[in-house]
Design a protein around this ligand. Structure first.
Ligand SMILES: CC(C)(COP(=O)(O)OP(=O)(O)OC[C@H]1O[C@@H](n2cnc3c(N)ncnc32)[C@H](O)[C@@H]1OP(=O)(O)O)[C@@H](O)C(=O)NCCC(=O)NCCS
Length: 386
C-alpha cells in the first residue's frame, strides 16, 4: 500500500480571475498549502504541476520553474505534467512516486490553469487539441460534441434520458451552494437545466462544465513523518492511472471509458477495497453524461443504472453513494489543469470533517476520478481518514 499523506492543502476560488495572472494564482494556492502544512516554501524539495495549455491560454511555455520561483521555491526540481484534464492527477501521481522512491521527503503536487485569457472560441479550440487532431478535431468536432456522442450512445443502449442528465447538474449545483470556492454557488431546477440553451444535443448549457481560472496545491510526506506536521493528515492509499485510444472510433464501446475501469480496478486492488467500501467520491463530470458513466465505470452502479440512480437521489449527500460534494466540475468549475488536485483537496476536507454544510457523515474513505480528454487517460486515487 502507498505510504503517503497529505499534510496541507490550498486552493483559489474557481471562476474568472481578471486581477491575477497564472503565477499569482499558483502562488496563492501553493502558499496556502505550505502554511497549512506548517512549513515554509524552502522546505518543499520538489514540485509537480499539472497544466493543460498555458502555451495556448496564456502564451507561456515552461511554466514549472516560473511557478516555483514566484512562489518562493526557486532552485527545486519542478516539472509540468500534462494529460489534458487529468494533468494534475498525473502530477499527484508523480509526486507520490517521487516520495515512494525515497529521493524526497516533502513534495508539492499542484495544478493551475487560467482559461479566461482566451475567448470562448479560443478555449474550445485549445481544448480540442486534447482530442485526436487527425480524426476528431480537424474534421470539426469539439469536446461538447464528443461527449454528446457518448450521451447518445448511452441513451440508445440504456434508455438514459435528458431528465437524468439534468439531475446531475441540479445535484452538483445544489452541493456547490455550500462550497465557498465554487464558481457557481447557485442552485438550479430540473426545468432550468432542461430549458437551457442547446450546446451539442442532448447537452445544453447546464450539462457542461464552465470555463474557469484556478489553482490547487497539496503538500505530501511519507506517513511516518505526517504526524510531525499535522494533527489530521489524510492518507492516500491508492494511486492508479490507465490509458485508452485517443480516437473514439477505435473504441469497442462508447457507453463506458475503458481507462476509467482499468484505473479503478488497479486502485481497488491497491487499497484492498471494493466499490461498496467507498463512502463518497469526486468524479469527473466535465459533462453531465460523464458523471453517469463514471459512477458505472467505478462499480458504484451497474451499467445503465447511473442515470436512474442520480434521478432517484441515490447520489446526493448522505444517500447511498455520495457523488461530487464540491459541486463537481459542473458547478465548482473546471480549470482543467487544476481539477485533479482540487478533487483530492475535497477528499482531504471531507476526511478531516471540515466540509461544513456539505460534510458527509462517517466519511472514512473517499475516491477521486479524473479523466483526461475523452478518456485516453484516467487516474483514480483513494484517500483514507487516519
Ligand atoms: C458551454 C459553454 C460553450 C458556454 O460558454 P459561453 O457561451 O461563452 O457562455 P458565456 O461565458 O457567454 O456565459 C453566458 C452565461 O452563462 C453562464 N455559463 C457559462 N457556462 C456555464 C456553464 N457551463 N454552466 C452554467 N452556467 C454557465 C455564464 O456565467 C453567463 O451567465 P451570466 O449571463 O449570468 O453572466 C462553455 O462554458 C464551454 O465551452 N464549456 C465546456 C468546457 C469544456 O469543454 N471543458 C473541458 C471538458 S473535457
Amino acid at each position: 500500500m502507498i505510504d503517503v499523506s497529505i499534510i496541507g492543502a490550498g486552493q483559489t476560488k474557481f471562476g474568472r480571475h481578471n486581477d491575477y495572472d497564472l503565477r499569482e494564482l499558483f502562488t496563492k494556492a501553493a502558499t496556502e498549502a505550505v502554511e497549512e502544512a506548517g512549513i515554509t516554501a524552502k522546505d518543499v524539495q520538489a514540485a509537480f504541476i499539472g497544466n493543460l495549455s498555458a502555451d495556448q491560454f496564456n502564451s507561456q511555455c515552461h511554466i514549472a520553474p516560473l511557478m516555483v520561483d514566484f512562489a518562493g521555491m526557486k532552485g527545486i526540481p519542478s516539472t509540468k505534467c500534462e494529460a489534458a484534464c487529468a494533468s494534475s492527477a498525473t502530477a499527484l501521481r508523480a509526486a507520490i512516486l517521487a516520495l515512494e522512491s525515497g529521493q524526497y521527503d516533502v513534495v508539492m503536487a499542484a495544478g493551475v490553469e487560467k482559461m479566461t485569457d482566451l475567448s470562448t472560441a479560443g478555449v474550445i479550440e485549445t481544448l480540442a487539441m486534447a482530442a485526436d487532431q487527425t480524426f476528431e478535431a480537424n474534421p470539426g468536432i469539439t469536446f461538447p460534441g464528443i461527449f454528446a456522442v457518448l450521451a447518445v450512445a448511452h441513451m440508445a443502449k440504456y434508455g438514459t434520458n435528458k431528465e437524468q442528465l439534468a439531475a446531475v447538474a441540479v445535484k452538483n449545483h445544489a452541493n456547490a451552494v455550500h462550497n465557498p470556492l465554487a464558481q457557481y454557488q447557485k442552485a438550479i431546477t430540473i426545468e432550468d437545466a432542461l430549458s437551457s440553451r442547446m450546446v451539442a444535443w442532448p447537452l445544453g448549457l447546464y450539462d457542461c462544465s464552465p470555463i474557469t481560472d484556478g489553482a490547487a496545491a497539496v503538500i505530501l510526506v511519507r506517513n511516518k513523518a505526517a504526524r510531525k506536521y499535522s494533527d489530521a493528515p489524510v492518507k492516500i492509499i491508492a494511486s492508479a492511472q490507465a490509458s485508452d485510444t485517443m480516437n473514439l472510433c477505435d473504441r469497442e464501446d462508447l457507453t463506458s471509458l475503458a481507462a476509467a475501469r482499468l484505473a479503478a480496478q488497479d486502485a481497488y486492488k491497491q487499497a484492498k477495497m471494493k466499490p461498496k467500501d467507498i463512502d463518497f467520491a469526486e468524479v469527473h463530470d466535465c459533462f453531465t453524461i460523464a458523471e453517469i458513466i463514471a459512477t458505472e465505470d467505478l462499480g458504484f452502479f451497474k451499467p445503465g443504472e447511473g442515470g436512474p440512480a442520480v434521478l432517484e437521489g441515490r447520489t446526493q449527500i448522505g444517500a447511498e453513494k455520495t457523488i461530487n460534494t464540491s459541486g463537481g466540475l459542473k458547478a465548482k468549475g473546471h480549470p482543467v489543469g487544476a481539477t485533479g488536485v482540487a478533487q483530492i483537496i475535497e477528499l482531504y476536507h471531507q476526511l478531516r470533517g471540515e466540509a461544513g454544510k456539505r460534510q458527509v457523515s462517517k466519511a472514512d474513505i473517499g475516491l477521486a476520478h479524473n479523466v483526461g480528454g475523452t478518456g485516453a487517460t484516467c487516474c483514480v486515487h483513494i484517500a483514507q481518514r487516519w
